[in-house]
Ligand binder design. Structure first.
Ligand SMILES: CC(=O)N[C@H](C=O)[C@@H](O)[C@H](O)[C@H](O)COP(=O)(O)O
Length: 234
């Protein structure tokens, strides 16, 4: 699929991230496939998924484009950190490979531009996961097909936020011509709609749709703060 075709298919649409962290009861390929099928049944237009095995299973089961990634670790560059990880995700059938495009060194010494070229040569597209405006501008210049605000708030030294970084969505949309995807901590349909109003081409929602453990903990936390439980219940 060309970047233009996919951009048309995703304009103004919802991408559902179907992931579960290590140790979570939902972290099982068949379960994640069911989440992806539910996302498709509810009108989602693409799926974002972690690990080649899960990507391949969702590609086989769901008739939607899959944005694949491969998380390795949880510090430093961990979203599709090397060219090897990126090519494995492309090989699994992802239409788009999402990868860290922050300005931090990659563990294999590759540049983001080298990763983009390798993924394009393998016939897939690239989504640059960034934390800042400068990183998004650089990623677009290096050939990324989409830029996503995925890593805003998660890079050491940058402010941690509670809600989505819609200011970054707006500034990226004004600065680059490739589609800007709003991603990260979008917790309601209203916030998703607001992201489009800020210039997002598409919106990724994960936790608020596909993470019952985290959602349960939010409700429990609210009850604790209201005096209805003990802190160590959390
Ligand atoms: C920072 C990081 O590693 N983000 C990951 C990227 O794939 C996922 O853990 C997030 O769930 C995804 O970005 C969607 O965001 P949210 O779950 O907040 O809607």
């Amino acid at each position: 699929m060309t970047a233009q075709h996919l951009a048309e298919a995703l304009r103004g649409r919802l991408i559902v991230s179907c992931q579960a962290p290590p140790g979570d009861p939902m972290r099982e390929t068949a379960t994640l496939v069911r989440l992806a099928r539910s996302a498709a049944a509810g009108g989602g237009s693409a799926i974002r998924a972690d690990e080649p095995e899960v990507v391949a299973a969702i590609v086989a089961a769901v008739d939607l484009p899959v944005i694949g990634l491969w998380k390795d670790g949880d510090t430093g560059v961990y979203i599709t950190p090397t060219v090897r990880h990126a090519l494995a995700v492309a090989e699994a059938g992802a239409t788009v490979v999402a990868a860290d495009a922050t300005d931090r060194p990659r563990p294999d010494g590759s540049t983001f531009a080298e990763l983009v070229n390798a993924v394009h040569a393998a016939g897939a597209l690239v989504m640059a996961d960034v934390a800042t405006l400068a990183e998004g501008v650089t990623a677009a210049a290096q050939g990324a097909d989409f830029v996503s605000t995925t890593l805003s708030g998660y890079v050491p030294g940058t402010p941690r936020r509670t809600g989505p970084d819609l200011a970054l969505v707006s500034s990226l949309a004004a600065a680059i011509s490739i589609p800007v995807v709003a991603e990260g901590r979008i917790s309601s349909p209203e916030e998703a709609a607001e992201a489009l109003a800020c210039g997002a081409h598409s919106v990724v929602v994960g936790t608020a749709i596909t993470a019952p453990t985290a959602l349960t903990a939010r409700f429990v936390g609210a009850l604790v703060r209201a005096g209805g439980g003990q802190e160590d219940d959390l």
